[in-house]
Design a protein around this ligand. Structure first.
Ligand code: HEM
Ligand SMILES: Nc1nc2c(c(=O)[nH]1)N[C@H]1C(S)=C(S)[C@@H](COP(=O)(O)O)O[C@H]1N2
Ligand SMILES: [Mo]
Length: 363
């Protein structure tokens, strides 16, 4: 018979309890920030998000991705301290024990799945056959459901641990310090993807502020999107309007121009600010004569692609900072940033800052 290694040493249990507490806080934060990201992109039809504070999504999604990455060492350490329990024999002693283990397997599986798919996604590696956001979204409910049951079961142990002094604190402290240092190192070498003072340390970040055409990263280039705008380009405004508009680039340039400093805040956690120059979206919509409660769909020249359109609700199109940008950082917009015309609005995920706009459909 295979002997299971001795487990349940007090120091291991204490380490597992502290790690569990940290993981609970981190997963809770990831769940909340993840849901914010989901509902910013898919608001219910009766709701609209505010456009302020302008950097809100930049912070929540930065926290989501950087916090999630920093959690990987914690999860690995937690599994290391408890793994003999996962393979204990017999697998079930009673129906209650079977249920408890079922929850454990869901919890471990969902945790590994979330951290692994999240990591692959921001690394632009898609080895899985499913659509990442859908799988990641639904698994987060499984994870949090299992987590709530697990915490209810283990809460007594955690409280005892946190409230009492260790008998053999040294080995536990060593493990916890190592894990904290590893998590901190991950955070420090990725946080610069959104927090520019740390940009030079962002060795592990796939995108960095300041790196790219016009000092801004690009996710999808004009070439990749198959977009080649020419002189015949026009912006049309149609739908629930008093007057249909068809504007050339020269027409747009003849309207009042404004400059705003706003970030692109990608769902993948990176973000970078630019000085955008262009026409206020509300100025164009008012010219067409739209109602105050109007909603707008902006449409790109891009033929396919998931992000060729996005919805703009009243709080965003009425905001003076929301531009149809024609320029960036003192130059005309580069093709990769959406020339001739792209949307830039405060508090909005990067995927909704539509590039190469050619049509505004009002309803
Ligand atoms: C290494 C850790 C993680 C990374 C790198 C990561 C990364 C990401 C990314 C890149 C997105 C944006 C998806 C998109 O809209 O294209 C996202 C969304 C999301 N994440 Fe995570 N994540 C991690 C961990 C977690 C965890 C632990 C949870 C749950 C407890 C979670 C829940 C969510 C939810 C609910 C969304 C919204 C999905 C949607 O828009 O439908 N994530 N995550
Ligand atoms: N038409 C179109 N617009 C788009 C995209 C796209 O694929 N197609 N990508 C979006 C994403 S994911 C991001 S993060 C921002 C990036 O803007 P940038 O390339 O100017 O930095 O553009 C958004 N606008
Ligand atoms: Mo993005």
């Amino acid at each position: 018979m295979v002997r299971v290694p001795v487990i349940g040493r007090r120091s291991d249990e204490r380490a597992a309890a502290w790690l569990g507490l940290a993981l609970g806080i981190s997963f809770g934060t990831a769940f909340v920030t993840g849901l914010i990201s989901h509902f910013l992109q898919h608001p219910p039809s009766w709701a609209a998000w505010p456009s302020s504070p302008s950097g809100f999504y930049r912070v929540t999604q930065g926290l989501h991705v950087i916090g999630g990455l920093a959690t990987i060492p914690l999860l690995l350490a937690k599994l290391w301290t408890v793994y003999p329990k996962l393979f204990r024999w017999p697998p079930f002693r009673s129906p209650a024990h079977a249920a408890e283990r079922g929850v454990m397997f869901l919890l471990v599986g969902a945790s590994l799945f979330q951290l692994a798919t999240g990591l692959f996604n921001i690394a632009y590696w898609y080895p899985f056959p499913f659509f990442f956001p859908d799988a990641h979204y639904w698994t987060s409910y499984v994870l949090v459901g299992a987590l709530v049951v697990h915490v209810a079961n283990e809460w007594g142990k955690v409280r005892r641990t946190v409230m009492t002094r260790p008998e053999d604190g040294l080995s536990r402290r060593g493990l916890l310090l190592t894990v904290a240092a590893a998590g901190g190192a991950v955070a420090l070498t990725t946080a610069g993807e959104t927090f520019s003072p740390l940009a030079r340390l962002a060795l592990l970040a796939p995108r960095r502020p300041g790196v790219g055409p016009q000092h801004l990263p690009v996710n999808r280039t004009a070439l990749a999107a198959g977009v080649t705008p020419d002189a015949s380009w026009r912006l049309t405004v149609t739908g629930r309007v008093d007057r249909t508009l068809s504007l050339s680039l020269a027409d747009l340039r003849a309207l009042p121009q404004h400059t705003v400093r706003l970030p692109i805040a990608c769902v993948e956690g990176w973000s970078a600010s630019g000085d955008w120059r262009g026409v206020r979206l509300r100025d164009v919509l008012r010219r067409a004569g739209v109602a105050d409660d109007a909603r707008v769909r902006v449409e790109s020249l891009e033929r396919g692609g998931r992000y060729r359109t996005s919805r703009v609700d009243p709080p965003h199109w009425q905001d003076a900072r929301t531009l149809l940008a024609l320029g960036l950082n003192g130059e005309p917009l580069a093709p990769d940033h959406g020339h001739p015309c792209r949307l830039i609005a405060p508090n909005r995920p990067g995927v909704m800052q539509t590039k190469w706009i050619t049509r505004l459909e009002v309803w």
